[in-house]
Structure formats: structure tokens, C-alpha cells
Design a protein around this ligand. Structure first.
Ligand code: OOG
Ligand code: MG
Length: 255
């Protein structure tokens, strides 16, 4: 079994490095959810051994829009590293990705280490800010197609994130209209309510899952709550922009 974990984590890490898609694990081999998370941990370990460091976690499939787009029906979580961070209004290197997509998210930043489950009412006391964000997802699988186990092993398609302006921890994010689009054209709209009825709940779930899988949650880490809309394709030359009502907007250029 160790060997299978090692093999698939290498295949997925190499696919990401070379921007070269691979066939789904589920087409070759049957793996369990736990094995999928082990493959993810092992492929992230490869990144860390190249000098990257962990900057946070991402939640996935926390909205119906995303579950329906991808045909998957369970919450998932993945890891973020410093190499995945891109500046607001900056450039992203399109040729480093296979078939990138962008989706609007809300980010939380932890103000302390978390070692116990928390409730939605406690979220505010565990963060020093929240911000509008865009996640760049880029499945390492051909045609962006996967089973739940496949996508977990592939670090939940995570490959980049951009963070907008930070706001106070008590900012109300329960009912914010959100849009995402490119080159001045809105392509998807939604509301923050779509994220588990309140994006704060996503942090509660992130803590629960991190504790379950033995992932530390440290001060300064960023947690992405999951997309509020379906993801849009990113094409070379695009200026991708997301708006979040009174939280403001953010953008990047795909070069
Ligand atoms: C999987 C990642 C899902 C989200 O925000 O729901 C996700 C994918 O759609 O490729 O990041
Ligand atoms: Mg996402």
C-alpha cells in the first residue's frame, strides 16, 4: 500500500510540475477516501521538501453550485502553499497550468493555533481578518474529470489563490452578492449564503476535518471557504475579476 501512495503522489506532483494531465486514479485502481488523503499529504510533502511551506487550507464542495458543476457530493479539503499565492492585480503564469479555472471564495486568517473543534459563534475570536479571494483550480486529471477520491488525492485541484483587502473579523459575510468574470463580462453570479448557508460554517468544518486528519491549524494560516459559484475557465490574456459587494473586488491577469 505504501508503494501505491508513493506512486500516485509522484504521478500527481509530476503532472502539476509539468502542467501535463494524467488519467484518473479511479480508472486504474480502487482507493479509499483515507488513501486519497494520504496521497494528497504525500504529494504536498514533496512540495515541502522542495522548499515550499504550508500557508493554509482550502475547503471544497461547500456550495450546491460547485457540487452540481463537478457531479460530486461531499465536502473535501486540501492544502495551500506559498507557491500558490499570487498578488491581487498581479499576473499568473497561464502556461504553468493545464486547464485553469477561477472561482470566488472568502478567506479567513487564523489569529491563533486551533486545537479543538469550534462553533460558528466562536469563529470571530479565532480570526484576525477575512477577505474576498479567488481560487485558481487546475485538475491534474484529463478533461477536469474525477471521482471524489481522485480529486482529494489531487489536492482538491488547488493550484493558486489571490486575496483581496482584509476586513475586520466581525464583518458580516452571511449575505454578500458575488460575481466572477473576465475582461469586463460577468460569467457567474452567486451569494455567500450558498456556502453552507454562512461561510463562517466552512471554517467550523475545516477545523473539524483538519483535526480528524491530523493536520495542524496554526496562527497566520489562511482558510478558503469554498466557491460560491461554479468555476469559470481562465484563458491566456484574460483579466479575471471577482466582486463581493461591500467587501470589494480583486483581479488578476493570465499572462
Ligand atoms: C475541486 C475543488 C472544489 C471548491 O471551492 O468547491 C473547490 C474542483 O472543482 O476541481 O475548490
Ligand atoms: Mg475552491
Amino acid at each position: 500500500m505504501e508503494q501505491i501512495i508513493e506512486n500516485f503522489s509522484t504521478i500527481l506532483d509530476d503532472a502539476a510540475k509539468a502542467a501535463n494531465p494524467v488519467i484518473q486514479i479511479s480508472n486504474i485502481s480502487k482507493i479509499t477516501l483515507n488513501q486519497a488523503y494520504e496521497i494528497q499529504a504525500s504529494s504536498i510533502q514533496r512540495r515541502l521538501s522542495r522548499g515550499e511551506h504550508l500557508t493554509g487550507l482550502k475547503m471544497g464542495f461547500t456550495s450546491k453550485a460547485k457540487m452540481e458543476q463537478m457531479g460530486v457530493h461531499d465536502m473535501i479539503w486540501g492544502r495551500l502553499t506559498n507557491n500558490m499565492h499570487f498578488e491581487n492585480k498581479g499576473d499568473i503564469p497561464n502556461n504553468k497550468f493545464i486547464h485553469p479555472r477561477a472561482e470566488p471564495e472568502i478567506a479567513f486568517r487564523l489569529n491563533k493555533n486551533i486545537t479543538n473543534n469550534i462553533t460558528i459563534n466562536e469563529v470571530e475570536s479565532y480570526i484576525d481578518g477575512l477577505a474576498p479571494a479567488i481560487e485558481i483550480i487546475d485538475s491534474r486529471y484529463k478533461n477536469f474529470k474525477f471521482s471524489l477520491e481522485d480529486v482529494i488525492a489531487d489536492n482538491c485541484s488547488s493550484s493558486g489563490y489571490v486575496i483581496g483587502k482584509w476586513h475586520a473579523p466581525d464583518t458580516d459575510v452571511s449575505n454578500i452578492d458575488i460575481t466572477i468574470g473576465a475582461n469586463g463580462k460577468v460569467q457567474a453570479t452567486g451569494n455567500s449564503k450558498a456556502i453552507l448557508d454562512n461561510p463562517l460554517q466552512s471554517l467550523v468544518e475545516a477545523v473539524r476535518l483538519a483535526l480528524k486528519y491530523g493536520q495542524e491549524l496554526n496562527q497566520g494560516m489562511i482558510i478558503l471557504a469554498g466557491a460560491a459559484t461554479s468555476a469559470i475557465p481562465i484563458n491566456e490574456g484574460d483579466t479575471v475579476q471577482a466582486t463581493f459587494g461591500n467587501l470589494g473586488s480583486l483581479s488578476f491577469q493570465a499572462k
